[in-house]
Design a protein around this ligand. Structure first.
Ligand code: UFG
Length: 341
């Protein structure tokens, strides 16, 4: 069904994008990588060639540069797009909102304009559970209300979801799946690709693995006075390989549906919440390393607890997370160790 289908993957050298390129190849799609290396590294493209056993088409291009991106459409004539390329640091988005509005919203607008010009209809878009804010009830389902965005980054996801709705309402024949990711973690089990945070990591798992590797002296847990079982925040941590597979399932599902315009939203998580302390303890079990930590104040903008209802994604896409938190932490640690070597 997927044989020969060429899919442009923007941000294809990034964390989730690179893992998705591997899963697309495995499923018989032909990914075309577009990345400007603003938050990724060229060696990842080499590693992808190695993992996929072929030289993948690659273009260094900023997706807000419509003229440059147009040339890629002209040359490749894709049948669909997975649009990952975006800035994703919540704190940075507060300090530099225009960077986020320009890149995240601007790149989606360019993608949609080019899709229209070239008659390309199939789109998978990276959204985030950030659109739920602090939910009144957990788990959250796709019909749970969207909340006031907690940051400019979060607001770009809310706006992009709306843009896609408006474009379909205007009559463009889009067939779009929006995937609301929970907390993507882990790395490829081969240890060849993984997350490459620049500078001090904002996110929990790279902070833990860098501390375990001796690059950081101690983890700070941002608050232990929340109303949860041990006082620390709860998140739904999803292995990046499972998440990548959800994109393949989304593309296959789009093709199996009618030719009518389509916009469907799916949560992509495990359906299970874990506290920060549970993550630290699971890391100890898989690595034997007791990561030193101190408890600091709450981090501004953090939601107390959120995890996904996965009923819809299981039923419609036939997708379910297969890997555990322990699998993800083992793979993240394996990746971190080879980075240091
Ligand atoms: N945490 C710590 N110490 C750290 C880093 C994180 O205690 O050094 C805690 C956070 O307070 C939070 C949990 O670990 O409770 C997870 O934090 P992350 O930064 O790893 O992830 P977030 O849930 O804050 O953010 C993720 C994505 C964002 C997205 C957001 C949506 O990284 O892109 O989910 O809720 F916007």
């Amino acid at each position: 069904m997927s044989t020969g289908k060429k899919i442009i993957v923007t941000g294809g050298a990034g964390f989730i994008g690179s893992h998705t390129v591997v899963e697309l190849c495995k499923a018989g799609f032909h990914p075309v990588i577009v990345d400007d290396f603003s938050n990724s590294e060229p060696f990842i493209v080499e590693r992808l060639n190695e993992l996929c056993g072929t030289t993948l088409p690659f273009y260094e291009c900023d997706c807000t540069d419509k003229n440059a991106f147009r040339k890629i459409f002209e040359k490749e004539r894709p049948s669909g797009i997975i649009h990952f390329a975006a800035c994703k640091a919540v704190g940075e988005s507060v300090a530099q909102p225009l960077k986020y509005y320009h890149n995240n919203i601007g790149s989606l607008v360019v993608v949609l304009e080019l899709m229209k010009d070239f008659g390309v209809n199939d789109l998978v878009f990276s959204s985030s559970c950030t659109v739920y804010g602090q939910p009144e009830q957990v788990p959250v389902s796709e019909s749970s209300p969207s909340k006031q965005a907690m940051s400019p980054y979060g607001y770009t996801k809310v706006v992009c979801e709306q843009i896609i709705e408006d474009v379909i309402a205007s009559g463009q024949a889009l067939r779009c799946v929006l995937l609301r990711y929970f907390n993507p973690i882990g790395a490829h089990p081969s240890g060849r690709i993984g997350e490459l945070p620049r500078g001090v990591p904002n996110n929990l798992i790279p902070y833990i693995t860098q501390t375990a590797a001796g690059q950081r002296s101690s983890l700070t847990i941002h608050g232990n006075d929340y109303s949860t079982v041990d006082g620390t925040c709860i998140r739904d941590y999803i292995h990046v390989v499972d998440l990548a597979d959800a994109h393949v399932k989304a593309l296959e599902w789009i093709h199996s549906e009618t030719d009518e315009p389509l916009r469907e939203v799916f949560n992509v998580g495990t359906g299970k919440g874990e506290t920060v302390l549970e993550v630290v303890n699971t890391f100890k079990k898989i690595s034997g390393i007791d990561v030193p930590y101190t408890v600091g104040p709450r981090r501004s903008g953090d939601v107390e607890q959120i995890w996904a209802s996965t009923e819809k994604v299981e039923q419609l896409l036939g997708w379910k997370a297969r890997l555990s938190l322990a699998d993800a932490l083992r793979d993240a640690w394996n990746w971190q160790k080879q980075l240091k070597a």
